[in-house]
Design a protein around this ligand. Sequence first.
Ligand SMILES: NC(=O)CCC(=O)C(=O)O
Length: 265
Amino acid sequence: MRVAVCQLNSRDDRKANLVAAEALIDRAVDAGADLVLLPEYVDYLGPAAGMPVAEPADGEVGRFFADVAARRGVWVIAGSFHEAGPDPGHTWNTTLVFDRSGTLAASYRKIHLYDVEIPGRVSYRESATVAPGDRPVVVDVEGVRVGLTICYDLRFPELYRQLASEGGAHLLVVPAAFMMHTGRDHWEVLLRARAIENQCFVAAAGQTGDHEPARTCYGRSMVVDPWGSVLSQVPDGPGFAVADLDLARLERIRAELPSLANRRM
Ligand SMILES: NC(=O)CCC(=O)C(=O)O
């Protein structure tokens, strides 16, 4: 299976964001992708919290990516979007997965919300406007079991362990809008750690560049193999990268270095 990670600079213009995402999906499919991953908040990343653009999974954004998946005959993991939430003051930060016919195969709501205060650097309180999800999700993509996570989830290894052990995941995906300040030092280290400790492929698609208000995203979308090696990576700016998932290699690594089987707790 060939996976593509798409890196975007989504802004406050939803139509333009969707057009940019579609153009990258088209290029990734032309490069042979079977499965395309988009970044967190692919629909809107602007000055307002998500409420003005919030809608249900079968709203404009969901239908848009369903149509693109069907038109190109490709699996699409549509990053995340602002799903209408449990009350008027909160949305969910939700990933939608569409199969090659454009049918919704799975959805996942971000569990760990980004509430962080780093003086002079990052001040963010996602829980003020987003409600947390409460359910890990693994979806079967033509024999590849894919564990769904979103951005800040990356810092919570117990979620990834659950997806890999109870969920049987081979591939862990991370749509993200990782901050430049933390991403410089943490992004690649965390992605490679999650891949090594769970002996899984990890595919991470990030937002890149400046977004209002005063947010700069790190980008550096990449695919990591179960040995922790980076298979491919997107340079700065919008673009995409592809990598082939060799499940036989995954099984060989798990057999030769059986750290998952050797667990005692
Ligand atoms: N959108 C997010 O969850 C940001 C996470 C992030 O930047 C981090 O450092 O963690």
